[in-house]
Design a protein around this ligand. Structure first.
Ligand code: FAD
Length: 413
């Protein structure tokens, strides 16, 4: 019976291990993770967990007893150092080796680091990023009312932390190099909505503004200020705390070290298989073909991790079920749910419904009169309909789409 070894006890790895047992896999399942925690949800890290509203145990995807019940060998605090493909063995950090019949890489990614003058010091006590429980545990005690927090990067994680911090009474400034927030993932209408949402609560923004260097204290252990250039004009911003939220670097080193193809993620096919038939890759670390996009893509979202784990479980059970899901994602800020489906890159027209002032707002991105993506804020029924519109690829009547009196469901083919 096949021994399946999963590297990375995160969202995707945890889903896969349980999914394999549910589908009837009889052989050993070993789930290796370098963090001290069993698989957990990361979304609350920058939301309720940072705010102190979600307990640690509520982050865990399944209680530890479930792994025992499913006979999943969960080995935490265990880092995998290398893959020996010819021997089908892994080298672990403690020097031991572990054999596999099938190997699944579910190694996720790590926060992208800024490389700026002043950052040569390895650890700065008030400079943070957000990827893991331990990141939040380190920063939470310092999230005290009155502290000045400078967030570098106006993406989802930076904005979620801004929302929590301003509600905790911190003075928050968000620095974004692009001229608008979330510019890589949304249209200007949504960027403006989000900016106003935060601005009303007291968050300040510096757009078209690049961090150029850190000013450290005399002991060179803390950041005191950040040198920036706004539209090219130099400025210095004071900071008690600095959060860097500039994206993710996929953890692909194990794969590349073993000679597998890596191109913004570990290259896999629509069944989650690498070029080595014994090795699969799933979740944030994998780059896969997208039927929806007509190209290759690496996605960073919980729905993708879950779907990719489902596809890999099917592959490992000898079924061929290609990945066919449409990408979607959500974010929570100030109790408002933002939901996005599809990818808006390359859209020709944006049609909106609802009113930004009323905090209910949907933006539909069209190409060739087809809805290729949508951002929905506070209108959950629109989101369900938008998902159908995006997956049906049907052409829509643009004037009817823009008329909130016309039910969206009637537009779907
Ligand atoms: P991960 O969950 O990162 O798990 C990978 C695991 O592998 C990690 O524990 C890592 O330490 C471990 N690992 C790596 N290398 C090794 C090794 N060599 N040996 C052993 N273990 C290793 N998505 C949404 O859809 N909605 C949201 O609102 C949302 N909010 C988010 C907020 C934050 C703060 C973060 C960080 C992410 C958020 N995401 C959100 C993204 C989502 O959490 C990720 O897409 C998802 O966790 C990816 O799952 P994964 O299993 O691929 O990777």
């Amino acid at each position: 019976e096949e021994r399946i070894v999963i590297v990375g006890a995160g969202q995707a790895g945890g889903e896969l291990a349980a999914g394999l047992r549910k589908q009837g896999h009889q052989g050993r399942i070993v789930l290796l993770g370098d963090e001290p925690h069993p698989p957990y949800q990361r979304p609350p890290l920058s939301k309720g967990f940072l705010q102190g509203k979600v307990a640690l145990s509520d982050l865990y995807l399944k209680p530890l007893s479930t792994y025992e019940r499913f006979d999943i060998e969960l080995r935490l605090g265990t880092r995998v150092e290398a893959i020996d493909r010819s021997a089908r063995e892994l080298s672990l950090q403690d020097g031991s080796r572990l054999g596999y019949d099938k190997l699944v890489l579910a190694t996720g990614g790590r926060a992208r680091r800024l490389s700026l003058p002043g950052m040569e010091t390895a650890e700065l006590e008030n400079l943070f990023s957000v990827r893991s429980i331990s990141d939040i545990e380190t920063m939470r005690a310092k999230f005290v009312a009155g502290n000045r927090l400078l967030i570098i990067g106006g993406g989802y994680i930076g904005l979620e932390v801004a929302a929590v911090a301003v509600q905790l009474g911190l003075q928050v400034t968000v620095l974004e190099a692009a001229p608008r927030l979330l510019s890589r993932v949304t249209g200007p209408e949504v960027s403006t909505f989000i900016e106003e949402l935060h601005h009303e609560r007291g968050v300040e923004f510096r757009l078209s503004c690049e961090a150029r260097g850190l000013e450290l204290d005399e002991a060179r252990q803390k950041v005191r200020g950040v040198h920036v250039a706004r539209h090219g004009v130099p400025e210095r911003l004071d900071a008690d705390l600095v959060l860097v939220g500039i994206g993710l670097v996929p953890n692909t080193e194990l794969a590349s070290g073993a000679g597998l193809a890596v191109d913004d993620g570990i290259v896999v096919d629509e069944y989650a298989c690498s070029a080595d038939p014994a090795i699969l890759a799933i979740g944030d670390c994998a780059n896969q073909p997208s039927a929806y996009m007509g190209g290759r893509i690496r996605l960073e979202s919980v729905p993708n991790a879950i779907e990719h784990a489902r596809v890999a479980a099917a592959t490992l059970m000898g079924k061929r079920e290609p990945y066919a899901a449409i990408p979607w994602f959500w974010s929570d800020q100030y109790g408002l749910k933002l939901q996005m489906v599809g990818l808006s890159a390359g859209y020709e027209q944006c049609i909106t419904r609802g009113s930004a002032g009323g905090k209910e707002f949907s933006a539909f991105y069209l190409k060739d009169k087809r809805v290729i993506a949508a951002d929905v804020i506070g209108r959950p029924a629109d989101f369900m309909a938008a998902k159908r519109l995006v997956s049906s690829r049907a052409q829509v009547e643009v004037t009817r789409l823009g008329d909130a009196a016309v039910p969206l469901a009637s537009l779907a083919a």
